[in-house]
Design a protein around this ligand. Structure first.
Ligand SMILES: NC(=O)c1ccc[n+]([C@@H]2O[C@H](COP(=O)([O-])OP(=O)(O)OC[C@H]3O[C@@H](n4cnc5c(N)ncnc54)[C@H](OP(=O)(O)O)[C@@H]3O)[C@@H](O)[C@H]2O)c1
Length: 349
């Protein structure tokens, strides 16, 4: 194969206030071709193989979030959409990262990208762990679950019950397993969007998982949290968070991880039960996983050990979608339709 000199990439053309649109007069993204620079010293040419799909990407392009209130610079109009991916090094001037190596890097929604080798994290192959898991269980979502539980709400075997929403998603499915099997929390209650997902979450170790779209959800949640709960790991915000505020024990702790129920609307649900926070001295602590990246190696080593000991399932908690380059945004939008069980990964075909 001759070295490519240009790449196709998906570029941000309109910042959304609601669900991103893929067609019509004002689509959120458009596809274009851009030249690739020649390799400088200690650089690599990457070919993107897999893309991580993250709800956070929605925040990076939102029209209503002020740049100074976001935790990283927003994606600019005309810029290739930011994304993490697993890529193959196809050319290299970096001794430390030769041609043929696999890396996790900021590939963007781009077929090829030239990056400094120092911006790439090489994947050292480990038996039983596939490349895609470096985007999910052993990637940022796994780290989010670990640090959210261990450092943000300090969950431990002392805790009677941990409830987690988005339990069948990338982060939630790791929260369930870490809480139950690595930290020894007595009871784990999951919340997810279908019966099938709920049974899958129970298979991962949750004592019970409740379908928030079922008619009896509220009553079932009250029953499942009889005696109230020490920890709530919130991936969704909105109605479920509001309800969970009424189920917290006195001095309970909430890990405010995400609020996906509100990402595609400019009128997210407000909290009617806020008084519960005061009356019951509930601690709600927001966090962003990038603050914990300097410690990532420690958590990954724990995960690899847990995989070997059979305490952590990483092979099955992903939905890998074969995707033509033209359909990258379409696969990403599956996140907001509940189209994934475990980590949603795009496999470029
Ligand atoms: N703070 C951080 O550093 C950090 C890092 C990573 C992720 N996050 C946050 O954590 C959450 C989960 O992220 P993830 O990457 O693990 O994604 P994910 O859970 O794998 O995928 C999204 C899932 O969210 C659920 N969902 C979609 N719309 C919903 C709605 N309106 N109400 C309730 N649930 C809805 C769907 O599952 P159902 O079928 O169950 O509805 C969907 O499958 C997101 O809010 C994300 O922003 C935060």
């Amino acid at each position: 194969m001759s070295t490519p000199t240009s790449t196709r990439q998906w570029v941000l053309s309109n910042k959304p206030t609601s669900l991103p649109v893929l067609s019509g007069p004002n689509p959120t993204f458009h596809l274009e071709s851009a030249p690739l620079p020649p390799l400088g010293t200690d650089q690599v040419l990457l070919k993107t193989l897999f893309l991580s799909n993250d709800p956070a990407q929605r925040g990076w392009i939102d029209a209503n979030i002020l740049p100074e209130r976001l935790y990283i610079p927003p994606v600019q109009l005309g810029e290739a959409m930011r994304a993490y991916g697993v890529a193959l090094v196809v050319e290299s001037t970096a001794q430390a990262l030769p041609k043929g190596a696999y890396v996790v890097a900021g590939t963007k929604w781009s077929e090829y990208r030239v990056l400094d080798a120092s911006e790439c994290q090489e994947i050292k192959e480990v038996e039983g762990v596939g490349l895609t898991q470096y985007l999910g269980a052993l990637g940022l979502t796994g780290l989010t679950a670990w640090y959210g539980l261990v450092e943000v709400v300090k969950a431990s075997a002392e805790d009677g019950t941990v409830v987690v929403s988005g339990a069948a998603g990338a982060t939630g499915s790791m929260v369930v397993q870490i809480a139950k099997k690595m930290l020894g929390v007595k009871r784990v209650v999951g919340i997810a969007g279908t019966e099938e997902k709920c049974r899958w979450v129970e298979g991962l170790g949750a004592d019970v998982c409740l379908n928030y779209k079922s008619k009896g959800f509220k009553e079932e949640l009250v029953k499942a949290t009889d005696g109230f709960v020490e920890v709530y790991f919130d991936n969704v915000g909105g109605e479920i968070l509001d309800l969970m505020l009424t189920r917290m024990k006195r001095f309970g702790r909430v890990a405010a991880c995400g609020t996906i129920s509100g990402y595609n609307t400019d009128e997210p649900v407000g909290l009617r039960n806020y008084l519960e926070v005061i009356m019951n001295r509930v601690e709600i602590k927001g966090f962003v996983v990038i603050d914990y990246l300097p410690k990532a190696r420690e958590a990954r080593e724990r995960f690899l050990k847990a995989v070997k000991e059979g305490k952590l399932v990483v092979g099955e908690n992903e939905t890998v979608v074969d995707t033509a380059f033209e359909d990258i945004p379409k696969t990403w939008l599956k996140l907001f339709e509940g189209g994934n069980t475990g980590k949603l990964v795009t496999k470029l075909t």
